[in-house]
Write a protein of this length. Structure first.
Length: 118
C-alpha cells in the first residue's frame, strides 16, 4: 500500500501531489524548494531541513536517503551545492542526478527530491 507523508512545519503541496509517499520500505520525497532563502547554499540547507522533517515522520533521516535528484537554474553553482551536501550527508553519499533548468516553481534557484529506504 501507498501512504502520503505530511509533517508539521512543512507547507501543503500547491498542486495535485503529496510532499512524500511511502510504499513498503521505499520513501519518495517530492521536489522541494525554498524560494524565500537567499542564495543557493541557504536554499539547499532549508530544503534538506524540510526533507528531514518529512523523513522523520517515518522515523528516518538523511542517512536513509539512497538517491537525490537536483534541478538547478545555474549549474555553475554546483560546487556550492556540493559543499552543503558534504556537511549534511554521511558517507556513503547518496547517488544523484543533476540537471540545469530554465525555471523552477516560485522562482527558486534549486529543487531537490529524493528516494530513501527504511
Amino acid at each position: 500500500m501507498k501512504y502520503a507523508i505530511n509533517a508539521t512545519g512543512v507547507d501543503e503541496p500547491l498542486g495535485f501531489y503529496s510532499n512524500g509517499t511511502s510504499a513498503g520500505r521505499m520513501i519518495f520525497i517530492s521536489g522541494q524548494v525554498a524560494p524565500d532563502a537567499s542564495g543557493v547554499a541557504q536554499q539547499v540547507h532549508e530544503i534538506l531541513t524540510t526533507i528531514e522533517k518529512l523523513l522523520g515522520e517515518l522515523q528516518c533521516n538523511l542517512s536513509d536517503v539512497a538517491s537525490l535528484t537536483i534541478f538547478m537554474r545555474d549549474i555553475a553553482q554546483l560546487d556550492e551545492v556540493d559543499a552543503v551536501l558534504k556537511q549534511r550527508f554521511d558517507t556513503p553519499a547518496p547517488a544523484r542526478s543533476v540537471a540545469e533548468v530554465s525555471k523552477l516553481p516560485h522562482d527558486a534557484l534549486i529543487e531537490i527530491s529524493c528516494i530513501a529506504c527504511r
